[in-house]
Design a protein around this ligand. Structure first.
Ligand code: PHE
Length: 363
């Protein structure tokens, strides 16, 4: 027999002996602690089996596969024996403790509360999925935004009421505060009041064709009431391409409303004004809480406004250097909380942020 052959035999014999010894010790381990000690001694980092496996590397390569196969079999046999002995010993220990009165097996188990997505995140995902199905891309942008993107480039005149400090949260420059208690100088930064500033950022970054949606949080200086929150979510949409018409806008939004609310729900387009779209419209869905009869949630109109939309104003194209003779586009922004409320008959938007599990668990 060659030397290599001897070495081969050696390792197989060694494995055999190791397996026999391990199984014997597993069988005679009398408690879980002793069994765990055997596990560590054999399978642990410095364990005996681990040591033999390391030796495999020095075998001639033609002998390694056979030796590898045997050592895997040995490992599996040991693991199975450990597992079987573990469950026998664990059952016996539990039975002994129950007999001694140390464990009350009639106690109810501890209830686990699995986490889940908040209703608002579920709806954002759903809206995003609908648009992904239409071939749109998803973009996200900053919640602390510059005045330029939130207002100026969206064609808001300097005196527009939305710019007032009673409607918008402005970030103040504390380093410029003259004295303690003084608010600090107004700055160019604010909490975005809508997701529309991303229209500008997207068009600055990308040439048409643009088909994009932007989910995100927005902030307004409103007092919370059944239909308003100072912080809420919108999904913005922007399309810029050759030959885009108001008909494309209506067709797209009609499809989306039907997907979201069901094909029996009614929508209506009302003429409206936004500085950055012309013409503009608001879209209402029939109120699902009173089914059109009128209630506190819909201010007794039977309709709930869920989105604003319109054709991109050529002035806006001017800010981002897109040729309005070649391209047209549409944009929309929908309120996610309102969609949630309408879909599920939530009579007060504040319930969405109170964190009451009895409410949230329903979704
Ligand atoms: N940004 C508008 C709002 O928050 C909605 C809107 C978006 C309107 C896009 C037109 C186009 O009310």
């Amino acid at each position: 027999m060659t030397d290599a052959g001897k070495a081969h035999m050696g390792i197989l014999d060694e494995l055999d002996a190791l397996k026999a010894a391990a199984l014997e010790r597993i069988d005679s381990a009398s408690d879980l602690g002793a069994l765990n000690a055997v596990r560590v001694e054999v399978l642990g980092k410095k364990g005996t089996l681990t040591g033999v496996l390391r030796g495999l590397g020095s075998l001639p390569s033609e002998e390694r596969p056979a030796a590898g196969k045997v050592s895997n079999e040995v490992r599996t046999a040991i693991e199975q024996a450990l597992e079987a002995r573990w469950s026998t010993l664990a059952d016996a220990e539990l039975a002994a403790r129950v007999a001694a009165g140390a464990v009350d097996v009639t106690l109810p188990g501890r209830r686990r509360l699995p986490g889940r997505q908040h209703l608002i995140s579920q709806i954002v995902d759903e809206v995003v999925d609908i648009f992904l199905g239409l071939g749109y891309q998803v973009a996200e942008g900053p919640e602390v935004e510059l005045d330029y993107y939130n207002f100026t480039a969206l064609n808001h005149p300097p005196t527009h009421p939305a710019r007032s400090a009673t409607d918008t949260f402005y970030v103040r420059d504390r380093s410029a505060a003259a004295a303690p208690g003084v608010e600090g100088a107004p700055s160019e930064a604010l909490l975005r009041t809508h997701t529309s500033p991303m229209q500008i950022r997207v068009m600055e970054a990308q040439e048409p064709p643009v088909y994009v949606i932007v989910p995100g949080r927005v902030y307004r200086r409103d007092i919370a009431d059944p239909s308003h929150l100072p912080q809420f979510h919108q999904v913005e949409g922007l399309v810029v391409d050759e030959g885009i018409t108001f008909g494309d806008l209506k067709g797209t939004l009609d499809h989306v409303c039907k997907e979201l609310f069901g094909h029996d729900r009614v929508t209506r387009f009302r003429p409206h004004f936004f500085p950055f779209t012309e013409p503009s419209a608001e879209v209402d869905v029939s109120c699902g809480i009173c089914e059109g009869g009128g209630c506190r949630f819909c201010s007794y109109t039977g309709w709930q406004e869920i989105l604003g939309c319109g054709m991109v104003d050529p002035n806006v194209f001017g800010y981002v250097g897109i040729d309005p003779e070649r391209y047209t586009g549409f944009a929309f922004g929908m309120g996610v909380e309102r969609i949630a409320a309408l879909r599920h008959g939530v009579p007060d938007l504040r319930m969405l942020v109170e964190g009451d599990m009895r409410f949230l668990r329903q979704f």
